[in-house]
Design a protein around this ligand. Structure first.
Ligand code: FE2
Ligand code: FE2
Length: 611
């Protein structure tokens, strides 16, 4: 039983301290990027590690306190907690799993009350849906969008109580729910596109009804929402070109007039209609879209934190999306296509690179991954693709990048020792055609560098490492091997690394690790998987800087573990190769200890130079 005073204290503490802690990591990250003196930089990095380790423990305590309060909600604590949620949302904090848990409990509580507080329920459902979309976006489950959709539909159901909604923000919430159903949700879940027309007709009818028109003095605020809804509806036009609903859709579009749309919306209705009526060629349409694109991001647009600036980028991104779609679905001059698309993509990546960590982290992570997936098929050679991948990991996932470089160095060192003393360990690779030492080293080095690529599709909050992960988030982490392949979209030029990506968390004897579906024993790349699995554990266990939740082990402790689990988890022959070479042990000891900080610094410098 938590007493009332105590509850209030717990919630207030959570509201200020937890939010501060959430920002701490990004602030440290951003400041690290500004220091170019190695000594100062090193001090700051060590300070970051220490303070984040402490924060981790504080957060654990706060979360467990809040969970106790959630089990004993009363009017005061429910009220305070819904203000916390509002603040999270306002400050762009997306600790989705924690927020969803609190929000669902609050919705339950407020729905059972005699006098329904519609304004509050609308707010909670909208924020809850937003977090659920964020959370489930990267989850592989068929019904991943059932939850957010249910929340939006719940908000729509409050239309019947329009008179009882007290604030304009509450009433506006209904239109926001429509906006999300027509725009963002339909963007992610293709099946939802079929409902867009239905929702659109509904919301227009509702907006022009007497209930809405006679209610508000601030009707202009709702009108604003309608403008966004119209824009979003219009931007769906390309998906309807080949749809049986085409006629119905374009009839609705023709009804719109200019004042219904935002001034700088991406596409004029005239263009869309001309194109659909074959009065405008694909070439001409693409040309005018590219012109618009350049208007927004031309001259190297860079992030400056202002809304207008971000809007320009978002508009450019929307246009790029339309261009990608048009070129993918239609016959278009191949040469033009392969020149144009990477150029557009790289311009967008340049902008993203200029966004500091503290702003919009998870939002930009999603955009990055999405852009990458769209651009990959248009990069004609490996060099281009490698460049794109490096860009993707480098700025948004620096920890993964550093880890990849470390695993690469460790793998290559061990591989060289294997080649010297027991070359036959690589007989599977040799049979596959990696028949010279150089070819083997090159293969191992690339496979190591790319082994964790799937982490680019993880949740922002997992990278923050600000608290223990929830069970569901753990499941998420275990998906990263499979996500590498998703991210690469089965691209042929990376196929040779797929087994390492999939198998590096499997045990040597096949009796443990993940993913269960992947049988590492049958892989033609077994030796590489085993080697990179050892290198991966070596870096992860000894990392004292990047992973804040643990204190890194020394290499000798790790080597004991490798020996303890050789034959089961680790390949015994490779462990023996390490045991037998004092020189290698010395190198790995140094690399994972004092040298590690230099590798970190090199990466930071590379990032600073690149953006
Ligand atoms: Fe991994
Ligand atoms: Fe890894």
């Amino acid at each position: 039983m938590v007493i009332a005073m105590e509850k209030k204290k717990i919630i207030n503490n959570f509201k200020t301290e937890y939010i501060n802690n959430m920002k701490l990591y990004s602030d440290y990250n951003d400041s690290l990027f500004k220091i170019d003196d190695f000594r100062k930089w090193k001090d700051s990095l060590i300070e970051r590690s220490n303070s984040i380790r402490k924060m981790f423990l504080d957060n654990e305590k706060m979360i467990s306190d809040i969970k106790n309060v959630l089990n004993e909600l009363d009017d005061e604590s429910a009220d305070l907690l819904s203000n916390v949620i509002k603040k999270f949302n306002k400050e762009n904090i997306h600790d989705s799993s924690i927020m969803i848990e609190i929000i669902n409990k609050l919705i339950d509580y407020f729905e059972k009350k005699e006098n329904i507080d519609y304004d509050r329920l609308i707010m909670l459902n909208l924020i809850g849906a937003l977090e659920e979309m964020e959370f489930y976006l990267r989850m592989d489950s068929n019904n991943k969008f059932v939850n957010p959709k249910e929340k939006y539909l719940k908000v729509l159901s409050y239309k019947n109580h329009y008179d009882e909604i007290k604030t304009i923000d509450g009433r506006r919430g209904i239109f926001l729910a429509y906006y999300n159903l027509i725009g963002p949700l339909a963007d992610i879940v293709n099946e939802e596109r079929d409902n867009i027309i239905k929702y659109y007709k509904e919301v227009r009818k509702f907006y022009y009804s007497d209930i809405v028109q006679n209610k508000d003095d601030d009707i202009d605020k709702l009108e604003e929402e309608m403008v966004y809804i119209n824009d979003t509806f219009l931007s769906n036009f390309i998906y309807y070109i080949n749809s049986p609903l085409k006629d119905e859709y374009f009839k609705l579009i023709e009804k719109l007039d200019k004042s219904d749309l935002e001034k700088n919306q991406i596409l004029s209705i005239d263009l869309a209609i001309k194109f659909v009526n074959n009065e405008l060629s694909l070439d001409e349409l693409v040309e005018s879209l590219v012109e618009l694109f350049i208007q927004y991001v031309g001259n190297g647009l860079r992030y400056n934190g202002k809304d207008a600036n971000l809007n320009k980028f978002c508009n450019a991104l929307d246009i790029a999306d339309v261009i990608f779609y048009l070129l993918k679905e239609n016959d278009y001059d191949e040469n033009k296509k392969y020149n144009l698309i990477p150029k557009i993509g790289f311009a967008l990546f340049d902008y993203i690179g200029s966004v500091p960590y503290k702003d919009y982290t998870s939002y930009f992570d999603d955009i990055c991954a999405d852009l990458f997936e769209k651009l990959l098929p248009f990069c004609q050679n490996r060099a281009y693709k490698d460049e794109l991948l490096t860009m993707l990991i480098l700025r948004r996932q620096p920890i993964t990048y550093i880890h990849s470089i470390m695993v690469e160095k460790i793998s290559v060192a061990i591989a060289k020792e294997i080649l010297k003393n027991k070359r036959e360990l690589f007989s599977d690779l040799i049979e596959l055609g990696y028949d010279t030492d150089d070819k083997i080293i090159e293969y191992i080095s690339n496979a190591a560098f790319y082994h964790d690529l799937g982490k680019c599709l993880t949740l922002g909050v997992i990278n923050l490492q600000n608290r223990k992960l929830t069970d569901e988030e753990f499941k998420f982490i275990k998906m990263h091997p499979a996500k590498s392949i998703v991210l690469l979209n089965n691209d042929d030029s990376f196929k040779e690394y797929y087994d390492v990506m999939l198998g590096h968390h499997k045990f040597y004897d096949g009796n443990g690790g993940y993913p269960i579906e992947f049988d590492n024993l049958k892989s033609k790349y077994k030796s590489a998987i085993d080697l990179i699995s050892i290198a991966d554990s070596t870096d992860a266990a000894t990392d004292i800087l990047g992973r804040n939740y643990t204190v890194g082990k020394s290499f000798s402790t790790l080597l004991n573990e490798l020996n303890q689990f050789k034959g089961t988890r680790y390949n015994p022959d490779i462990v023996q190769i390490i045991n037998d070479s004092n020189e290698l042990i010395e190198y790995l000891d140094e690399l994972t200890n004092e040298k590690r900080i230099e590798v970190y610094f090199e990466v930071y410098k590379k990032i600073i130079n690149q953006f």
